[in-house]
Write a protein that binds this ligand. Structure first.
Ligand SMILES: [Zn+2]
Length: 192
């Protein structure tokens, strides 16, 4: 068995031994949802004080308002009753380190893990790669305050999102753990 698989199953056994959350209702008890990045340094349960059953946490690379993130948010509100949403990007996001063209070229070269140094990303793995990467919008980030504004704006203007839901825009600082508001995003996200 792989080391990681063994560790995860051992940790789960410990969790199960003290588990007392079996009766929680499905809808989030605190009626809110967070869209945030998958970055391993971010732990929304800790940075936002969540326990099991409290809130929806939707994660992807960058915490971007992709069609699929919006799908989850709409379900979160329409079927499960969340009433406030957060979009939380973060400092030092990996999505700032490449562009669509870079990712597409790396994937066209090989599918192996690329390396990065001061000069940028390099692909040294064996091919073949695939041109499929050209058909994906990787939703990279140039400036994380601007990406929060863009994503809150996209969600705010989406025809399936009611104007009554406030959407708050924040950046998590990986150096301090602090959530810092992006006022322009929260202004766009204000409920009406
Ligand atoms: Zn990130």
């Amino acid at each position: 068995m792989s080391k990681v698989l063994e560790e995860v199953l051992a940790a789960n056994a410990v969790y199960v031994s003290g588990f007392d959350k079996g009766d929680l209702p499905m809808p989030p008890g605190r009626h809110f949802a967070i869209l945030t990045c998958m970055d391993a340094r971010l732990d929304p349960a800790k940075y936002a004080g969540l326990a099991e059953g409290d809130a929806h946490v939707i994660r992807n690379a960058g915490g971007r308002a992709s069609d699929d993130a919006i799908r989850s948010l709409v379900i979160s509100y329409k079927l499960l009753g969340t009433r406030e949403w957060f979009v939380i990007h973060h400092t030092n996001c990996g999505m700032e380190t490449f562009t669509d063209d870079i990712m597409r070229d790396l994937l066209a070269s090989s599918l192996k893990t690329a390396t990065v140094d001061a000069a940028g990303w390099h692909d040294s793995g064996e091919g073949p790669g695939s041109a499929e990467g050209h058909y994906i919008d990787w939703l990279t980030i140039k400036d994380n305050a601007r990406s929060v504004v863009e994503d809150v704006t996209r969600i705010r203007n989406h025809p399936l999102v009611p104007a009554t839901i406030p959407i708050y825009g924040y950046i998590y600082d990986v150096a301090t753990g602090e959530l810092v508001e992006v006022p322009d995003a929260s202004a766009v996200g204000r409920s009406r």
